[in-house]
Design a protein around this ligand. Structure first.
Ligand code: PEP
Ligand code: MN
Length: 348
């Protein structure tokens, strides 16, 4: 914590500030500059509130230097954590592709799409079985039946599974079926649920809330990390802004390099929910990769007009395959390894 003293005040005028710091358990280091006095408060300053100093007339400004997200914070520029899910490693060297339908709708639909995305080079299969829908009358997901379908798809393709949990009840049902638990945008600040996730040993993909600041998002990650689960990944999926006419959300790609400098956690981009429209997904997936993300998560459906959720933003398997050709080229430029490099693109 740093205190700057207003110009004109001399060292003898700050004795009461120094006493206050010592009363609060801090250690003060004073720099008696030519123009101005600056006081650094050292030691355990987490419990010292900035407001404690509000009433001192001599003080110009008080601010914290250390970040409130202690466990998510990157301590040096080379610190990157790796999240391992079966054979898939989310790290600063690899680039991971997660793809699949928004919702698991049937065994046939899920297996068809799983085979197509695997063939094109996806590493992880996505598919929702508990769906956060704006309307209670919309399709809510297949629940346990959907989990069993995902398990079949995992067995056949060998891909690990990512799926969303909205409650502790969902989570308990998912533990034996799902490899990565997705926490959707709407639950990013469900703190009691985040605490539960902290006690599990499952990797968690924490999506950004539609109006969450970067610090709020990192503090949500901190809830999971502080509970003892170190396998947390952050996923930018668009924030709500004033113009939703041509794009469902605003995919905040500036957040990617910001997060990369603030945290060691893997950063993922979701260009599907980030835009809401099929024609915008591939450009923003590539832009996400170029911005420094460690993975993308993309919705794919072979019959988007029949999809029970998010049809307008689903890539066709042929679109996904074309995107993968560009991902392969960009991976060279970005110095990233694709772990399914041996997979050849499918003909569209
Ligand atoms: C999803 O992944 O299908 C989903 C609902 O995501 P979000 O929480 O980002 O809206
Ligand atoms: Mn969706």
């Amino acid at each position: 914590m740093i205190i700057t003293v207003k110009k004109g005040y001399r060292i003898e005028h700050v004795a009461d500030i120094l006493k206050k710091i010592s009363d609060l358990g801090g250690k003060a280091e004073v720099v008696n500059g030519h123009e101005q006095i600056t006081i650094s408060i050292l030691g355990k300053t987490e419990k010292i509130q900035v407001t404690e100093f509000q009433s001192f007339a001599q003080i110009e400004y008080v601010f914290r230097v250390s970040k409130p997200f202690k466990l998510a914070e990157k301590r040096d520029q080379l610190q990157h954590s790796t999240v391992r899910v079966k054979g898939v490693e989310f790290s600063s060297e690899n680039f991971i592709i997660m793809a699949g339908p928004c919702s698991v709708e049937s065994e046939d639909q899920t297996l068809r799409i799983a085979r197509a995305v695997k063939k094109a080079g996806a590493n992880v299969l996505r598919g929702g079985v508990f769906k956060p829908r704006s309307s209670p009358y919309s399709f809510q997901g297949l629940g346990l039946e959907g989990l069993k379908i995902l398990a079949l798809a995992a067995k056949e393709t060998g891909m690990p599974i990512i799926s969303e949990a909205m409650s502790e009840r969902d989570l308990n049902m998912m533990m034996d079926y799902v490899d990565i638990i997705q926490i959707g945008a709407r639950n990013m600040q469900n703190f009691s649920f985040l605490k539960v996730l902290g006690t599990t040993n499952k990797p968690v993909l924490l999506k950004r809330g539609p109006s969450a600041t970067i610090e709020e998002w990192l503090m949500s990650a901190e809830y999971i990390l502080s509970g003892g689960n170190s396998q947390v990944m952050l996923c930018e999926r668009g924030i709500r802004s004033f113009d939703s006419q041509y794009s469902r959300n605003v995919l905040d790609l500036g957040a990617v390099p910001i997060l990369k400098s603030l945290t060691h956690l893997p950063v993922i981009v979701d260009p599907s929910h980030g835009t809401g429209y099929r024609n915008l997904v591939a450009p923003m997936a590539l832009a996400g990769m170029a911005s420094g993300a460690d993975a993308i998560i993309v919705e794919v459906h072979d019959r988007p007009h029949e999809a029970l959720s998010d049809g307008p933003q689903a890539l066709l398997p042929s679109d996904f395959s074309e995107l993968m050709v560009k991902v392969r080229k960009l991976a060279t430029v970005m110095d990233r390894k694709l772990i399914a490099e041996s997979v050849k693109p499918v003909a569209s």
